[in-house]
Design a binder for this molecule. Structure first.
Ligand code: HEC
Ligand code: HEC
Length: 484
């Protein structure tokens, strides 16, 4: 009896951990999404305007859509983006004459596909926004704002929407530029003089937004009641509605079990993905993500997150910067999480390159090949000229007396600044740290198998994601331009 019970328990464990066959995956349905995927149209309409309106950036020069653009299936099409201060869209995004940026955005701009599904309860490559209703924060979310995050946010997607506006390089600008940028530099997000209150004041001064907020939130007694939490909830409702992509050939297969809906190559690729290539060990479930964190020795290019311990760049150039991106570890506080990043969903992945958390790989085939032998791939990786967009003018924080401000980097030091793009990758010691954390063993596959895997990944594209221009409004309430 005991032996039998143990055997049954063992089988249950196997079932729980086995990646499973594609045919066992239940199709995506409305119930997978917040509010069964039905969001109030008035909130969605407000969220759409906010998503495309540069009024949310302190210098009124960048919107959410700039980095999550309909033309690039909700990404920016760049390995590492150029935030506020830049102009244009990939492949032409650049820093114009007379402007300066603080540097590159350190991570690749991810796709927003299906983030209205409940299972995406942890957002960002390192999961630093996470829903935790039983956790210590009154807001119900772990976030970088900790106790400053207000209550009333609908879900993780809404909590995330509070943050791009508080990032200096993304939307908030450099200190000394305006009061929102200054509040950001002081990490003053909440409260009456915080970033969110200043932005809410901006919105309530625009008559058209007053009308849109009143329609979305009929309980408002007047413009004074408009808050940034309402804006974030509307942004989430828009993203959840507009960026639901569950009608790819693979989705149709999940609904019908008709393998004829996939090309022969995609069918072979699917068998490999859920079989001997071992992809579904991490890319599991309906959206090809276990929503957990793994280290797969992905190459790192660009300025990193500044959370490493290595001082070699400072010693060589004099710039007080640390260039590693160690992923999940600083969030969880666990050394075992070094260089771990959240397993990305693979819906629309063929449209959302470059790939990897720092956009190191320019082709889908090359990022698949990376997985076949991660540490060898890391060692062989070279940053090619032109892979990162040009940064013509950059600024750095300078002290004049007791005041800090952003000043252009002295031309004589510029070459030293630029060395950060390839620093981690060219250092054998830093590469060795990334390699040591790798969890994915080498899984050799022949070229035909790689081509089949790529064909399967292409079958995860919802055809609607190829043509999203209809989402871009002709104009936004602030009257600012919406082209990029
Ligand atoms: C300058 C480019 C830029 C702008 C502007 C920007 N984002 Fe992002 N977004 C990014 C990058 C880069 C990340 C990933 C950052 C990380 O993981 O550390 C990201 C992550 C996200 C995520 C999490 C995705 C996931 O799968 O975890 C969401 C949602 C999102 N952005 C929505 C928005 C919204 C809404 C706005 C406007 C309020 C916005 N973004 C503005 C670049 C940008
Ligand atoms: C050990 C877990 C694990 C396994 C197994 C795995 N992956 Fe991944 N995969 C990840 C993680 C984690 C990332 C993101 C890593 C990063 O950016 O640093 C990723 C990234 C990707 C990307 C790039 C996505 C993007 O948007 O940039 C693709 C494509 C991909 N994997 C496909 C595959 C395929 C195909 C297989 C099987 C050959 C596979 N993966 C096996 C964990 C895994």
């Amino acid at each position: 009896m005991i032996a039998k019970a143990l055997a049954v328990a063992g089988a249950a464990l196997l079932l729980a951990t086995a990646p499973g066959r594609a045919a066992d995956i239940a199709p995506v349905v409305d119930a997978d999404f917040y509010q069964n995927g039905r969001h109030d149209p008035a909130k969605v309409a407000l969220g759409r305007m906010l998503f495309f309106d540069k009024v949310l950036s302190s210098n009124r020069n960048i919107s959410c859509a700039t980095c999550h653009h309909p033309r690039h299936a909700t990404t920016d099409g760049l390995a590492l983006g150029i935030g506020e201060g830049g102009v244009g869209l990939a492949p032409k995004r650049q820093v114009p004459e007379g402007a300066a940026v603080l540097g590159r955005i350190p991570r690749n701009s991810p796709s927003l596909a299906n983030l209205g599904a409940k299972q995406f309860s942890r957002l960002f490559h390192d999961g630093r926004v996470e829903a935790d209703p039983k956790g210590p924060w009154a807001s119900g979310f772990w976030t970088p704002a900790r106790e400053q995050l207000p209550e009333g946010l609908d879900n993780a997607l809404a909590a995330q929407a509070m943050f791009p506006v508080t990032s200096d390089a993304e939307m908030a600008g450099g200190r000394g530029e305006n009061e929102i940028a200054d509040a950001t530099a002081l990490r003053r997000f909440g409260g009456p003089k915080g970033v969110w209150a200043l932005l809410a004041a901006r919105l309530r001064n625009i008559p058209e937004y007053r009308v849109l907020f009143q329609k979305a939130y009929p309980e408002l007694r007047g413009p004074a009641d408009i808050t940034f939490v309402q804006a974030a909830n509307a942004l989430a409702a828009f993203q959840a509605t507009a960026f639901r992509f569950d009608d790819s050939p693979f989705d149709r297969y999940l609904r019908t079990h008709d393998a004829g809906l996939l090309t022969p190559a995609a069918r072979r690729g699917m068998d490999l993905f859920y079989g001997k290539a071992g992809c579904a060990a991490c890319h599991s479930g309906k959206f090809q993500s276990d929503q957990a964190f793994h280290a797969i020795a992905m190459p790192q290019i660009g300025p990193g997150k500044g959370d490493g311990t290595d001082a070699s760049y400072f010693e060589a150039t004099g710039f007080p910067a640390r260039l590693e991106d160690v992923g999940r570890a600083p969030i969880s506080g666990r050394a075992g999480d070094l260089f771990r990043f959240r397993t990305p969903s693979l819906r629309n992945v063929a449209l959302t390159g470059p790939w990897g958390h720092a956009g190191a790989f320019a082709s889908l085939e090359s990022v698949v090949r990376h997985h076949l032998d991660p540490t060898a791939s890391l060692k062989a990786y070279r940053l090619t000229p032109g892979h990162l967009p040009p940064l013509s003018r950059v600024a750095q924080t300078v002290a004049r007396g007791s005041a800090l401000s952003e000043q252009p980097v002295n031309p004589a030091r510029r070459a030293g600044f630029d060395r950060r793009d390839g620093w981690v990758q060219q250092s054998a010691a830093l590469r060795a740290r990334i390699a040591a954390a790798n969890e994915r063993p080498a899984v050799p596959l022949d070229d035909a198998s790689v081509a089949d895997l790529v064909a399967f990944l292409e079958a995860l594209t919802d055809p609607r994601a190829r043509e999203l221009d209809h989402l871009t409004p002709a104009r936004v309430p602030s009257g600012l331009p919406v082209a990029d």
